[in-house]
Design a binder for this molecule. Structure first.
Ligand SMILES: Cc1cc2nc3c(=O)[nH]c(=O)nc-3n(C[C@H](O)[C@H](O)[C@H](O)COP(=O)(O)O)c2cc1C
Length: 239
């Protein structure tokens, strides 16, 4: 009888031990899952903790880099560039810009392009349309189209060539916007234009009047196809 009891006791113990082992296995599986979840959760929170500051660091670095680029661009202007000549140009279809680039190359000048805040479309440039933007602007002497290009410092410049196409016999109104935005005291201003055939007319004088500062030469119309030699001889003849 005692043997039977012992056997029963041993059997019960074995069942108990097996049960514990099974529970332990389940517990460790659960622990593994939990730990995996925890790891994921931890990873997420690390990612979040690290990523967010990184994001803002990147943003501020990018902003700093952008500022550096902007300040570099500004430093290329005026006295900082070391050049004392500037060529300013507005060109709707590229002809005057081509001439301006040649002038800048010949005179070792900086180049500044007047870019309209609202660019001119082909329809805007249609001089056969009484209602086109340019026709309306040129018919309104008070029109002042906004300039989209960044403002330029004129510090250090002694001579400025200022170029534009002739529109309806005059300077485009955006040129008036430009000259009214700056002080040209102490600077020799040299207007030049391209056209389909018209001369420079009153446009240079108009600019001088609107500017109210600067020593303005009469200026000239140049051929869109002018060679560097043509331009050099024009510059040599300026006084
Ligand atoms: C609205 C408009 C008006 C123009 N008016 C004249 C004009 O009165 N006389 C002229 O000879 N050319 C005129 N042109 C032609 C331009 O002056 C010429 O094509 C010029 O070289 C264009 O220069 P850009 O390519 O730098 O804009 C006119 C062009 C436009 C778009």
């Amino acid at each position: 009888m005692q043997r039977v009891r012992l056997l029963i006791y041993v059997a019960v113990c074995m069942i108990f031990v097996l049960g514990l082992t099974a529970c332990g296995a389940k517990a460790s599986e659960t622990g593994a899952v939990n730990s995996a979840l925890n790891d994921d959760g931890l990873n997420e929170s690390i990612t979040a903790d690290v990523a967010e500051p990184e994001k803002s660091e990147i943003t501020s670095t990018e902003v700093d880099a952008e500022n550096d680029v902007n300040s570099e661009a500004l430093e290329q202007n005026g006295a900082v560039s070391g050049k004392d000549t500037l060529v300013v140009v507005f060109s709707a279809t590229g002809t005057t810009k081509g001439v301006a680039e040649k002038i800048a190359a010949i005179t070792d000048a900086d180049l500044y392009e007047i870019v309209p805040a609202d660019p001119y479309s082909d329809a805007d440039l249609n001089w056969n349309d009484n209602n086109s933007r340019t026709t309306k602007e040129q018919n309104d002497s008070s029109a002042r189209p906004a300039i989209g290009s960044e403002a330029i410092s004129l510090e250090g410049y002694k001579t400025i060539y200022i170029g534009y196409p002739i529109w309806w016999g005059e300077e485009p109104r955006i040129m008036d916007t430009f000259v009214e935005s700056y002080n040209f005291d102490g600077i020799t201003m040299i207007p030049f234009c391209t056209s389909g055939g018209s001369g420079i007319g009153r446009s240079g004088k108009n600019l001088a009047e609107h500017a109210g500062s600067g020593n303005w030469l009469d200026g000239d119309r140049l051929q869109g196809s002018a060679s560097e030699a043509d331009i050099q001889s024009w510059i040599d003849g300026l006084q």
